[in-house]
Design a protein around this ligand. Structure first.
Ligand SMILES: NC(=O)C1=CN([C@@H]2O[C@H](COP(=O)(O)OP(=O)(O)OC[C@H]3O[C@@H](n4cnc5c(N)ncnc54)[C@H](O)[C@@H]3O)[C@@H](O)[C@H]2O)C=CC1
Ligand SMILES: CC(=O)[C@H](N)C(=O)O
Length: 371
């Protein structure tokens, strides 16, 4: 592929007094058509391991709602030591002892590169982000982590020939997008820093794919519901919290209106979709960013499904920031391209989701409350 790495690196060095990394990095960054710090033998193949080998995976932001579950799934498939979890937080001891964990701040480009090189990483799953509600509460940090951090990830992935997965979200759409259903390709004018940063990620990833041959893969996730991990500050968090509060007290105060319809998915479907799209043969992918969908419900419908199993009293105290976000997001997601191209199929609809969540928390707790 036409890549001007050698030339760029040389130009950067010529303009560099001495041999420090910082001036080199800055000089390369000023050349707009190339990722920084390009070496002459950098390869830009979509997969840099032989087809019979397992990939060597790095997951960034791995201690959030989704990362630990993904590591578990990938380790089952590729072997414990072939999947490295990373984050800037201290891992709980069960996570620390379940497989390789490493500190990695995605804002530290040199540290990221060192991890990728020293561990011969071939797949990068980039989960670090600030979600929609916390992003609105700290726009500067969200911009830095979600946008500057992504730039580091893209450059590292392009320079080292990695296959890169970056999740996007229903939050990448806005009030002027068609909401019911929302197709893959339509107007995207989100009104949150989270949404803006995710549209940026989609477009930058696709640009690097077309410009440099980066093997970029992206799924737009719905709100994800999990039993053994808590959400990190999003608009769809209520759909996890309701289970915890129902089991603890039989009462739940919802911060969205009763009729707010949003696309949702059980975590097992989300993680399986991620593995499937990462393993999909390149020629099946007609796009690089796909919607994926499973179900769509309102707080009232979720509560009614739970009430079939246990007593639950629901009240509403609307959080206006979250409500405004939810009102601008898709109500239903059209994922027909994912189903057609690489065979996406969800397993969990609303009744299975509720049953599985309750099973996780234990029948005993439920029966005790009912009596
Ligand atoms: N959970 C959901 O419902 C959905 C998640 N997604 C996306 O999936 C990805 C993972 O989501 P979650 O696990 O729910 O997020 P989360 O908010 O639970 O976890 C994000 C992690 O990123 C880490 N992080 C923050 N700053 C960092 C930095 N400078 N360097 C390295 N790590 C840093 C945090 O410590 C945290 O553990 C995110 O990109 C999110 O946008 C997309 C749609 C839905
Ligand atoms: C749907 C998402 O991206 C996330 N759960 C959020 O609500 O911010």
């Amino acid at each position: 592929r036409p890549f001007l790495g050698k030339l760029v690196a040389k130009q950067a060095l010529l303009g560099t007094p001495g041999c420090g990394c910082q001036p080199l990095t800055l000089a390369v960054r000023n050349i707009s058509f190339s990722p920084r710090q390009v070496t002459s033998d950098a390869s830009f193949h979509s997969v840099s391991f032989s087809e019979t080998d397992h990939p060597k995976v790095l997951i960034t932001g791995g201690l959030g709602q989704l990362g630990v579950g993904l590591a578990k799934l990938l380790r089952k498939r590729f072997g414990k030591n072939n999947v490295i979890l990373s984050d800037i937080r201290k891992p709980p001891s069960n996570v620390f002892h379940s497989g390789p964990f490493i500190y990695s701040d995605i804002l530290d480009y040199k540290n990221l590169r060192e991890i990728v090189v020293n561990n011969r990483i071939t797949w990068l799953v980039h989960y670090s982000a600030l979600l929609s509600a916390v992003g609105e509460a700290n726009v500067a940090l969200a911009r830095s982590v979600n946008i500057t951090g992504l730039h580091n990830i893209l450059d590292i992935a392009a320079e080292h020939g990695l296959r890169l997965f970056v999740p996007s979200t229903i939050g990448a759409f806005g009030p002027t997008s068609p909401r019911n259903p929302t197709p893959d390709l339509c107007v995207q004018r989100p009104r949150t820093i989270y949404g803006v940063s995710k549209v940026h990620a989609e477009l930058m990833g696709e640009y690097y794919h077309h410009r440099y041959g980066l093997d970029f893969r992206c799924l737009r996730y719905p709100g994800i519901i999990s039993a053994d991990s808590m959400p990190g500050g999003g608009t769809t968090d209520y759909a996890v919290q309701i289970f915890h509060d129902a089991i603890k007290s039989g009462k739940f105060e919802c911060n969205l209106k009763h009729d707010t319809r949003l696309p949702m998915m059980y975590i097992d479907d989300c993680l399986r979709a991620t593995l499937e799209v990462m393993e999909a043969p390149t020629d099946t992918l007609t796009m690089r960013t796909y919607n994926i969908n499973a179900m769509s419900f309102t707080p009232e419908e979720l509560a009614q499904e739970l009430q079939k199993q246990m007593p639950l009293e629901v009240t509403y105290d609307v959080d206006h920031v979250r409500q405004a976000i939810a009102d601008s997001w898709p109500m239903n997601f059209d994922d027909s391209n994912a189903r057609k191209d690489w065979g996406w199929k969800h397993d969990y609809d609303l009744p299975e989701l509720v049953q599985t969540m309750l099973n996780y928390f234990g029948t005993d707790t439920r029966m005790a409350r009912a009596n």
